[in-house]
Design a protein. Structure first.
Length: 876
């Protein structure tokens, strides 16, 4: 027997005739046993899995209900029957714990999207308990079917239950991010989780955004997901707690009831409460208010009345005539549950271990899980399709030789299968499938139907193999299915995020002052306090954009490789009249071979759109809200083909667009029929180009104006803008330059629309030349220009920007955009322009009769986050 020392653990050994016994010290055993218990509670009871957002009891309830067949299209079953099934097969704990969990899954004030459809008394927001399980009934809600969809296709692993007689899933397929959508709360040993619920549409938008932008940051995702969305509605005060929660995984979110002050009879006022904070017991809240009045801590309240009904919550607080309603309401916020804090902790199990996650990590784990689910489902479908196609192949051979097959079967005794295999080259499975059919049925099979089924299976097999071979196609499938769920189940947000009176936004720290921002054609920008200092004649450049903004606004800078950079106006160097400005390539960090094309001043990201024009002839409308991002290192705003470049980005102000090509062709069309697309789309065809031709310039059609055109060889001309006829987009356009003279004049490099009394600027390689429009030689639309001795090649032509204020700008909202995202399947086009313009159009004004818009697949429609709106200015 060992002695106890400070360094040595106590161990006692006993030997009997029957067995050896080893006894540990109490302290050591308590440490080990408590650790085992802790891990059992953490992993097996209290914390949700990051993949499906469920604790074991909730997962077992849903799986048990599905196995019982209590789906939304079937009648309700007694809750006691469900509890017994779950307890007997999967969850070896008390029936009350199972029933309590199921009750909460059915409460629309506890779950943002209830997973159980309850029938009977399932409790109330006043704290009333549910009826006993022998009285209530339940079934799966339609929404919960998305949690178990495809579980029969080997999408998740199964494990033996507690007694080894049944198998249960280790996780549910969860076709939407349930951890965020319905949240979770639980207290384990030494740790706790408290994840708020979110709006389904917002959560899916965030997942889709991350699929499309794998390198996005938490700050990029915050505008997309916005914030928690509680089932009881109410308000969230400020965004600081939300941002902290999403960035670190923990944060304090302030919730406040939705209240209004309304006039009452005899000059009195009353406070109406219509929504209360999440998790607040309404009856106890009213009781607390009454205690505050009774103790005279709050004075001026004459009556508190609960008028809540099935239509919703309505609590009426009547006030004395001389009472100040706002002061009373502020006191109620302070002393009652009208205002509460939600201590958010994003703690979940990752690979079986508890981990506190930020928003990006949650979505990353979910997308990784969905890749596994869709891959396993596709492998399952591929296997089944191959097996069926293999059998059909044998049946088709049998039908082609039906008489011989019947003769072989009739003449054979014990070896019919072997004879079929030997005679027709079938394998064992195919031969057995033929033998399993009655002869009458075999003769009655229609070959055409079998052939059609076989051909369809071949297509499906090719599609499945394509998905498994390409991660891009796999991600497209996940994206498409997420957007389908969003379309079917998304609803408006219930919780409003309002400004916290005691919280300062970053903008609050900036003094808002008027500022004038000028951007030159070569990409130099500066900020000046006086417009007279913004524009100064330069020898080698000219001001292309001039904006009247404020120091709180933003400059969006667009480059020819499809990237956009966000530059706060305050960050632009404040300069004098003599200073050209800072190179945007330097301040934005342009990549090699990335060139400036346009800039737009933005104040509010709520409405408005811009047109993106590429040298490949594509035109795309994109909502300004899709350009709202906090990323300073640039985002992609359009999809480009190999070697394709953006020519210009212009604000949609309702005027026709004119596109010109280097071979002297041009087209004028209205942009009204072009629908808004997401950032990952390519656009639609603006002009159909001949081989080797490229779009080189864009301008607006202005009624009564002149068009000035220039070629690289220094040939220039002007003609009336009305000579360019309006056409349907997608046609070949008309000639703006004499075709046979291009070898002499050089390609067309610039056009600009200008009134006859104005000036035009020709940008050369190392200088710029300003001319009055009247001084430019006049010619017909299809003629060549007149040589002008510039001494250098002409890069482009334009006009000095005119200052426009916010009030002068039209509302460039463009046509309505569909509310629902594009849900095109994984085999949709990659976003290349679809040519549906038919035969070659006439070289002159021939309308495009190609039918519907030849649009590309919009891979990110709605996807992406909306913010607020823009004050838009342009040189046009």
């Amino acid at each position: 027997m060992a002695r106890k020392t400070k360094e040595q653990k106590v161990e006692y050994h006993y030997e009997t005739e029957d067995r050896k016994m080893k006894v540990h010290g109490l302290t050591d055993e308590m440490e080990k046993s408590y650790l085992d218990y802790s891990m059992s509670v953490i992993v097996g009871r209290a914390l949700p899995d990051v993949r499906d957002g469920m604790k074991p009891v909730h997962r077992r309830i849903l799986y048990g209900m599905q196995q019982l067949g209590i789906t939304p299209d079937k009648p309700h079953k007694k809750s006691a029957r469900i509890v017994g099934e779950v307890m007997g097969k999967y969850h070896p704990h008390g029936d009350s714990s199972i029933y309590d969990a199921m009750v909460r899954m059915a409460q629309d004030f506890s779950m943002r999207y209830p997973l159980v459809d309850g029938h009977g008394n399932f409790g109330s927001i006043d704290g009333d308990g549910a009826a006993a399980q022998r009285y209530t009934e339940a079934r799966m809600s339609p929404f919960s079917m998305e949690m178990v969809r495809d579980i029969e296709k080997d999408t998740v692993d199964f494990m033996p239950n507690f007694d080894g007689e049944e198998m249960e899933p280790t996780v549910l397929p969860s076709r939407y991010p349930n951890l965020l959508v319905n949240g979770s709360s639980g207290i384990a040993v030494g740790m706790a989780t408290n994840i708020p619920p979110h709006n389904l549409g917002d959560a899916i938008d965030a997942a889709v955004y991350m699929i499309e932008h794998p390198d996005c940051t938490v700050d990029d995702l915050i505008p997309v997901i916005k914030g928690p969305d509680f089932p009881t509605g109410a308000q969230i005060l400020g965004k600081s707690g939300i941002r902290e929660f999403y960035r670190t995984g923990t944060g304090r979110i302030r919730m406040r009831a939705k209240c209004s002050i309304e006039p009452f009879r005899r000059g009195r006022e009353q406070i109406i409460i219509t929504e209360i904070p999440y998790g607040v017991n309404k009856a106890k809240m009213i009781e607390k208010m009454a205690e505050l009045v009774k103790s005279r801590k709050i004075q001026g309240i004459t009556e508190i009345r609960d008028e809540s009904s099935r239509e919703g919550i309505r609590i009426v607080i009547e006030l004395r005539k001389d009472a100040n309603a706002q002061i009373i309401l502020n006191n109620l916020y302070k002393y009652s549950s009208l205002q509460e804090n939600f201590g958010a902790i994003m703690l979940a199990l990752v690979d079986g271990k508890p981990k506190t996650l930020n928003l990006r990590e949650v979505l990353e784990e979910y997308i990784r899980f969905q890749k596994e689910v869709v891959t396993r489902r596709t492998e399952f479908d591929l296997k089944k399709a191959r097996e069926r196609a293999h059998i059909l192949e044998g049946l088709l051979i049998a039908l082609d030789n039906i008489d011989e097959v019947i003769r072989v079967i009739r003449s054979a005794y014990d070896d019919a299968r072997e004879q079929l295999m030997k005679r027709f080259g079938l394998d064992r499975v195919q031969a057995q499938a033929i033998l399993d059919m009655r002869l009458a049925r075999l003769q009655g099979l229609e070959r055409e139907k079998l052939q059609n089924e076989f051909d369809e299976l071949k297509k499906r097999i090719a599609r499945y193999e394509g998905i498994l071979a390409s991660e891009r196609k796999l991600m497209q499938v996940i994206r498409k299915e997420l957007l389908e769920i969003r379309k079917n189940w998304s609803d408006p947000r219930r919780t409003e995020i309002v400004k916290d009176p005691g919280e300062l936004d970053e903008d609050d720290l900036i003094v808002e002052e008027d500022a004038f921002v000028s951007v030159t054609a070569r990409g130099y920008a500066k900020r000046v306090p006086d417009v007279s200092k913004a524009v100064k004649p330069m020898e080698d450049d000219y001001v292309k954009h001039l904006y009247h903004t404020t120091t709180k606004q933003t400059l969006l800078v667009f480059t020819d490789v499809g990237k956009m950079y966000r530059v706060p106006v305050l960050d632009l160097q404040e300069s004098t009249r003599s200073v050209k400005g800072t190179a945007l390539a330097e301040s934005c960090g342009f990549l090699t071979r990335e060139n400036f094309v346009s800039a737009i001043a933005v104040g509010d990201f709520d409405k408005g759109s811009v047109f993106v024009i590429t040298d490949g002839g594509a035109v795309k409308r994109i909502q300004i809200s899709d350009l709202d991002t906090s990323r300073r290192n640039g985002i992609s705003y359009t999809k480009l083909k190999e070697n394709e470049k953006v020519v210009d980005v212009v604000v949609d102000n309702g005027e026709d667009l004119i596109l010109a090509t280097k071979r002297g062709k041009g087209i004028r069309f209205s942009g009204d029929g072009i629908r808004a697309m997401g950032r990952a789309a390519s656009g639609v065809r603006g002009i159909r180009l001949d081989d080797g031709d490229l779009v080189t310039a864009v301008t607006r059609y202005e009624r009564g104006s002149e068009i000035v055109a220039a070629s690289s060889g220094g040939f220039i001309k002007r003609f009336r803008a009305s000579q360019i006829p309006q056409q349907a987009r997608g046609g070949k356009g008309v000639f703006l330059w004499e075709k046979k003279s291009l070898k002499m004049t050089g390609p067309l490099t610039g056009i600009v629309s200008r009134d006859a009394e104005g000036e035009v600027v020709f940008l050369l390689e190392e200088k710029c030349v300003v001319m009055k429009v009247k001084e430019v030689p006049e010619a017909t639309r299809a003629a060549a220009g007149i040589r002008c001795e510039f001494g250098e090649s002409v890069i482009s032509c334009g006009k000095q920007a005119a200052l426009r204020s916010t009030e002068d700008m039209p509302d460039p909202t463009g046509p309505d955009t569909p509310d629902t995202p594009d849900t095109s399947g994984p085999d949709a086009s990659e976003g290349n322009i679809t040519d549906t313009s038919g035969p070659d159009a006439s070289e002159e004004n021939t309308p495009d009769t190609s039918g519907p818009d030849p649009e590309v697949n919009d891979e990110s429609e709605k996807d992406l986050p909306a913010g607020g709106q823009v004050d838009l200015f342009s040189q046009f």
